[in-house]
Design a protein around this ligand. Structure first.
Ligand SMILES: *Cc1c(COP(=O)(O)O)cnc(C)c1O
Length: 473
């Protein structure tokens, strides 16, 4: 299996080569040269597989530069009941006839990002050891990504994490999750500023190519292909659980921000998984809902990006969308480049409404979309608690709300749970007038000693800090 850029750069790369790379050289995203197809006999044979072996089978289709025995060992080490809370790893829970919740948030940081990041941590450690290299991961987080990355990389040989977060702006629980880590290779940096300042600093530090090379600076952000392919696995698992012996299709409803999670659903569908609809749910930041409704993709400015009660979906542009558009345009790299490079740079938008390919987003690729507002989010949390005794987090609530809009009687709708409610206690209190449930292992986490360095919103200060740590160890 080789990977190519959505913008046409001709270098074909292997899985482990792009593992440590972000964008392709031409600014595009890596995609597989073609999608491997899984036929119904294979799907049937996969029905009885435990999750780690299912993961191994699917990854094997995409990874040809890790010996199978090693890849299998990596999958078995990653997807354990100790790390993910149950032997099923990603179990389904029925909410009502035709509507299921797939539980993806029982990993170390209680958000679905663990499903991919835990695997990435083990893949990185393996590959860095093989190359005798080390890596300094630099990232910015407003919550879920940073903690998932830190819990995946803690104690890993060859890896350090430098994670920037806006000082005092994450929830108390999220701060405690990150800052209580005492591992030597994890470095929390609280920036005097907002999330955008953190992102700017990451861009500036990574944009200093001399510094980047000298200190082996890398990223594990949402465009990383390995994360995406790890997410493909739970779509297969969800289908196999919901379809119980029949080969009828299922639909998925997916709370979306950067289009990473639902892009994995698109890949699963391209592989032949019988997915009827891929329902994309946004919050008030409805860049993606607008695109799937109208064909107009309009990147928002900072001023037009709202702070909502499902904050992990507060995005101004969707970094993975380019992968889908590439397929939508029949894999025309020149057109993809012209849309994402020229048009977005010039006018921060592109318009496919008049293009015959746009209709295929719904007909051929199964996409539907919708948006959910604060009031709807609260009502959905209340309703799901009241009628089903299930407490859901604000992001998952957006998925349930929009999923219901697109439910059809013959087809099970699986809503992907993206976090547990404890991470967003204030909104749960507002919706239900009570505290969210707290898993036992997080009792008193806010009281633990914190390991964090506060720095000004200044790229030079962050560079100096990284250099000091690297030279000191
Ligand atoms: C990251 C995240 C999302 C958005 O996922 P994308 O892959 O960016 O679309 C939604 N909900 C939660 C809780 C998240 O952490």
């Amino acid at each position: 299996m080789h990977y190519v850029s959505t913008r046409g750069h001709s270098g074909r790369k292997q899985f482990c080569e792009i593992l440590l790379e972000g964008l392709a050289q031409d600014g595009g995203l890596y995609v597989p040269e073609s999608y491997p197809r899984v036929d119904s006999a294979t799907l049937k044979a996969w029905r009885s597989l435990p999750y780690p072996i299912l993961a191994f089978e699917i990854l094997s289709l995409y990874v040809s530069d890790i010996p199978p025995a090693d890849l299998k060992a990596i999958c078995e080490k990653t997807y354990t009941p100790e790390i993910f809370g149950s032997p099923d790893i990603a179990p389904l829970r029925k909410l009502e006839t035709g509507l299921y919740l797939q539980q993806l948030s029982n990993g170390p940081t209680l958000a679905f990002k663990d499903m991919a990041m835990q695997l990435l941590g083990n893949l990185l450690e393996y590959e860095l050891a093989r190359r005798h290299e080390d890596l300094n991961i630099l990232g910015a987080t407003s919550g879920d990504t940073g903690s998932a990355a830190e819990y995946a990389m803690r104690g890993k040989k060859g890896v350090r994490v430098f994670m920037l977060s806006p000082h005092g702006r994450m929830s108390a629980f999220q701060q405690a999750q990150m800052f209580s880590l005492q591992d030597d290779n994890i470095h929390n940096i609280a920036i005097d500023g907002v999330f955008d300042d953190c992102q700017d600093i990451v861009k500036r530090v990574s944009g200093d190519l001399e510094f980047k090379r000298r200190y082996n600076i890398g990223a594990v952000n949402s465009i990383n292909w390995a994360r995406l392919v790890a997410q493909v696995v739970y779509y297969f698992s969800g289908f196999l659980q919901a379809s119980e012996g029949t080969s009828e299709g299922v639909s998925f409803a997916v709370p979306s921000g950067n289009f990473g999670n639902i892009c994995a659903g698109h890949v699963a569908r391209m592989m032949g998984l019988p997915i009827s609809r891929l329902v994309l749910a946004t919050n008030e930041n409805d860049v993606l809902d607008e695109f799937f409704r109208t064909g107009v993709y309009r990147v928002r400015s900072r001023a037009d990006t709202l702070e909502t009660s499902s904050p992990s979906m507060d995005i101004s542009k969707a970094s993975n969308l380019e992968r889908f558009i590439f397929d939508l345009l029949g894999r025309d790299a020149n057109r993809t480049k012209s849309l994402f490079d020229d048009q977005l740079r010039e006018r921060a938008s592109f318009d496919l409404s008049g293009d015959p390919s746009f209709a295929k987003a719904a007909t051929r690729f199964g996409f539907r979309s919708g948006k959910s507002t604060h009031a709807e989010r609260l009502a959905t949390i209340r309703d799901t608690w009241g009628r089903h005794g299930t407490m859901i987090d604000p992001h998952t609530a957006d998925g349930v709300k929009v999923g219901r809009m697109h439910v059809s009687p013959e087809t099970p709708m699986i809503v992907l749970e993206t976090a547990l409610p404890i991470k967003f206690a204030a909104t749960i209190r507002e919706a239900l007038g009570r505290e969210p449930d707290r898993p036992q292992r997080f009792a008193g986490i806010e009281e633990l000693p914190k390991r964090v360095r506060v720095l000004p919103a200044d790229a030079e200060a962050v560079k100096n800090y990284i250099a000091d740590i690297v030279h000191g160890s």
